[in-house]
Each structure stands twice: as structure tokens, then as C-alpha cells.
Design a protein around this ligand. Structure first.
Ligand code: TPP
Ligand code: MG
Length: 374
């Protein structure tokens, strides 16, 4: 029976939207376990906890080095990642090498965690075609698409691949990342809607890092939760503390299991924060956010909590960290050297790698440039 008073209570409906997405959190801001049952449900062994933290450290060290290279004018395009190590690395940790990754331009760390060499990421940054080769140094395929620059487009691509995986009866999913800004893009909703309609195995991450360049979250959308975009498509949708690696891993693992079992997509909004500029192309965050806000988020950054958890468990200490960071830095040095030593890209290389089958005009251009040695 219809109840006009309740149905037409718009204010109550807004309140219901607000309270419908409680945030999943296993580790609080100081690294204490606040949901023991959730921690056990994540089922991470001690070795896995250490491996996950090492992945997060890798991401941080690459970021620190790339920021330096950018200041020296030695990077191409770079989207800083500090602050997003849990939302990126702990989510990716829940997927297998058979799952297909669809990253955005800030999501190179997740591809590294699948075995993609850092030197290729550096070349992607410079627009070199080697940077679009998704293989390990040993030549094994890395199941990742290129980091998408067109905001939201990766959602449509992921939905299509997810349907393909389902039709081929693969035990695999597509997992895809966009940002708070990306959640306003038509493609993002269309991808979720398509995957839900076809029950395609897709796990969709919206990394709510507070800003879309200079646009703050509160101006992005009137929706109280970005996860609500998934509800509109009929997909289970949750909000997770994106600076809590254990919560991110647990949510991702369970979303994957749901999707791969044939139930369709899950949408995960990760609440995190971008602690650096949007990109290294001249953005100054202090023109649109306060120093106090930034400092408050640095206190909540994900490495602090994981380090505390591991230290409390006797799995990590300062000496281990110093030694591991030195190992990472040596690896990054070697990768920078390798990227710098790669033969310069020719115009013909670039054209040959644009389309699988070049158009007639392009084929003529390739021939012309090749004959000129360009
Ligand atoms: C379709 C499209 N529109 C606009 C842009 C320009 N642009 C690049 S990054 C960006 C902000 C994206 O913010 P968000 O999705 O929150 O991701 P974040 O950069 O915070 O990781 C915009 C508008 C673009 N790349 N693609
Ligand atoms: Mg953002």
C-alpha cells in the first residue's frame, strides 16, 4: 500500500541516502585493529602482510623518485600517488595474474605490482612506445591495459572485457579504477550499468581522493556518497576507508569473489586523499586547499598504520625498512638507467604502434618516414 506521507518525505530520503553507506574500517588512523572479526576475515598471513607493505613502500619510493625527476625536467607526464598506497596496492593485492587491470593515469603502481617493470612506466610517462608494452622483463604477459587518460573510458573498456571473460568462462574478473572526478563522467556509470545488466565480472574502484585537479569533492556532486552511483545500476556498492590497507584488501577480495561467481559487478568507493599536486605540470594545491587540511591527511596516510600494525606483530622494524628502502632505491636507479638507455622513438615507431592495422594514409606516412630514417 502506498504511503504518501513517507514517500513524499524528501528530507527523510536524503537522510536515508546519507546513512546507507557506513564505512568499512579494520585499522584506525593509529594502526590499531578496530574490527577483529574483519581482520580475521581478510585472512592475510604474516608473509602476505609483509609482502603487501613492501608493495606499498615500492609505490612510495617510486613516487618520491618520480617527483625528483620531474623537478629536474626528466619525467614526462606524472600523476603523484603518495597517500593512495592502500587504495591502490592493497586493492590490487586481492586480484590474480589472470584478472585484467584497467588503470587510470595515476594507477601505474598497480601495474608494477603485477610485475610490469618500472622502466616501462617511466617510458610510458615520456610517451615512448615501449611504455605501452605490457610484459615483464622475462617476456610474460601482464594483463593490464594502458593507463587511461580519458576519464571514465576505462570503465567502458573494463565492462566489455568482463563480459568477454564471462563468455569464455574464465575464472577471472576485470578490475578498474577511476577517481571522484571520474565518478561524474557518463562513461563511468555506463560501464557499471552495462556490467550489471549483463552480470559481467567487474570490480569497480572509485578512488575518492578529495580533488579532481582543483575541484573539491563537495563541488563534484550533490550525492552524499559516490558509491551510490553503483546502486543506480543495481550493483552492490560500498564505502571503504581507502587509507586502511586491510579494509581495502578485504573489500576487494570479497568483491572479486562475488563477481567471479557470476553475480555481476561491485562498486567500491575508497575514501583517501591526494597528498601531492594533481600532476607535475605546474599545479599548486595551496591555491585551492589549506596547509592544515593537507597536514591532517598526512597524519592519516596509509603507510603509518600498516607500519604500526606490522611492528606490533613483530614483523617489521626500522632496520628492515632502511634495508628494504635501499634495495628499492637501487632497483629504481637501475630502471632509470635502463629507461634512459632505450633508443629514441622515431616518428615511424610511433605511427606503427597507433593502430593494429594502419589506414592507407598512415601506411604511406610510415613508409615516407622510414625511408627518411625517421
Ligand atoms: C574525459 C576527460 N575530461 C577531462 C579531462 C581532464 N582531466 C584530467 S585529470 C582530471 C581530474 C580527474 O579527477 P579524479 O577523477 O578525481 O582523479 P584524480 O586525478 O584525483 O586521481 C580532469 C578533469 C580528461 N582527461 N578526460
Ligand atoms: Mg580525485
Amino acid at each position: 500500500m502506498s504511503n504518501a506521507k513517507e514517500i513524499l518525505d524528501f528530507k527523510q530520503q536524503l537522510e536515508l541516502q546519507d546513512s546507507s553507506f557506513p564505512m568499512l574500517q579494520i585499522l584506525d588512523e593509529t594502526g590499531n585493529i578496530v574490527d577483529q572479526e574483519g581482520f580475521e576475515r581478510a585472512g592475510l598471513t604474516d608473509d602476505q602482510l609483509v609482502e603487501l607493505f613492501k608493495n606499498m613502500l615500492l609505490s612510495r619510493q617510486v613516487d618520491i623518485r618520480c617527483m625528483k625527476l620531474a623537478k629536474q625536467g626528466r619525467m614526462g607526464f606524472f600523476g603523484p600517488t603518495a597517500g593512495q598506497e592502500a587504495s591502490q596496492m592493497a586493492s590490487a593485492f586481492a586480484f590474480t595474474d589472470e584478472d585484467w587491470l584497467f588503470p587510470g593515469y595515476r594507477d601505474l603502481p598497480q601495474i608494477y605490482s603485477k610485475g610490469w617493470p618500472i622502466w616501462k612506466g617511466l617510458l610510458w610517462s615520456r610517451g615512448h612506445y615501449f611504455g605501452n608494452e605490457y610484459t615483464t622483463d622475462e617476456g610474460a604477459e601482464v594483463k593490464s591495459w594502458f593507463p587511461q587518460i580519458i576519464i571514465g573510458a576505462q570503465y567502458v573498456e573494463a565492462a566489455g572485457v568482463a563480459l568477454g571473460l564471462k563468455k569464455r568462462k574464465k575464472d577471472a574478473v576485470a578490475f578498474v579504477y577511476t577517481g571522484d572526478g571520474g565518478s561524474s563522467q557518463g562513461d563511468t556509470y555506463e560501464g557499471i550499468n552495462f556490467a550489471a545488466a549483463y552480470k559481467a565480472p567487474m570490480v569497480a574502484f572509485i578512488q575518492n581522493n578529495g580533488f579532481a585537479i582543483s575541484t573539491p569533492r563537495n563541488l563534484q556532486t550533490a550525492a552524499e556518497h559516490l558509491a551510490a552511483k553503483g546502486w543506480a545500476a543495481g550493483a552492490p556498492s560500498i564505502v571503504v576507508d581507502g587509507n586502511d590497507a586491510i579494509a581495502m584488501y578485504l573489500a576487494s577480495k570479497e568483491a572479486r569473489a562475488w563477481a567471479v561467481a557470476g553475480n555481476g559487478p561491485v562498486v567500491i568507493e575508497a575514501i583517501t586523499n591526494r597528498l601531492e599536486p594533481h600532476s607535475t605540470a605546474g599545479d599548486d594545491p595551496l591555491r585551492y586547499r589549506t596547509k592544515e587540511d593537507l597536514e591532517a591527511w598526512w597524519q592519516k596516510e596509509p603507510l603509518l598504520r600498516m607500519r604500526k600494525l606490522l611492528t606490533d606483530k613483530g614483523l617489521w622494524d626500522d632496520d628492515k625498512e632502511v634495508a628494504y628502502v635501499a634495495e628499492l632505491d637501487a632497483r629504481i636507479d637501475a630502471d632509470i638507467k635502463k629507461a634512459n638507455g632505450v633508443e629514441k622513438q622515431k616518428i615511424s615507431n610511433f605511427l606503427k604502434n597507433t593502430l593494429e592495422v594502419p589506414s592507407q594514409v598512415m601506411a604511406e606516412q610510415i613508409q615516407k618516414f622510414e625511408s627518411e630514417g625517421k
